[in-house]
Design a binder for this molecule. Structure first.
Ligand code: CU
Ligand code: ZN
Length: 173
């Protein structure tokens, strides 16, 4: 009994100290179509300005591809099971990276651009977003890479089908 009290106190101290450590997660992007060459790995890290998303997506057609956090962590049905753009504040579609959360769905990351080799380098921060907890959070949701460019038209940017999809998984604190 006494031991468990000491252990609880140590755990509480560790938890109090933990906000200094960033929460981190990963997203393994896979093609939604059978035989798709699309793959990717993204690392997500909580930071003072929001959620940092860094990594590569491979196997894309060269050019722009809409890139969003969608509401549900389910990539089935050609990615459609991921639902719509994550939009907890009920805003119109936009670009949260450029124009802020007041003017976009929380998960609106605009586009990634694949080079002639089909590789898109990603290095963005979603303002105000956390990995887990808070009003806007990505954990347990899905990142979608679209067939076409997000042109920022309403309601969801005309980016077409969902060629890549990955679940946001928490890996560390
Ligand atoms: Cu999308
Ligand atoms: Zn949107």
């Amino acid at each position: 009994m006494r031991l468990s009290i000491i252990t609880s106190a140590a755990l509480a101290a560790a938890l109090l100290a933990s906000p200094a450590l960033a929460a981190s997660g990963t997203v393994k992007i896979l093609g939604t179509a059978q035989g798709s060459p699309v793959t990717g790995t993204l690392k997500m890290t909580d930071g003072p300005k929001g959620l940092s998303v860094v990594g590569d997506v491979n196997g894309l057609t060269p050019g722009l591809h809409g890139f969003h956090v969608h509401e549900f962590g389910d990539c089935s049905d050609s990615g459609k099971a991921a639902g719509s753009h994550y939009n907890p504040a009920n805003k119109p579609h936009g670009n949260a990276l450029k124009d802020g959360q007041e003017h976009a769905h929380a998960g609106d990351m605009g586009n990634v651009e694949a080079n002639s080799q089909g590789v898109a380098h990603v290095n963005v921060t979603i303002p105000g977003m956390a990995l887990a907890g808070g009003k806007m959070n990505a954990a347990g949701r899905a990142v979608i890479v679209h067939e076409k460019a997000d042109d920022f038209g309403q309601p969801v940017g005309n980016a077409g089908g969902r060629v890549g999809c990955g679940l946001v998984v928490v890996t560390g604190n």
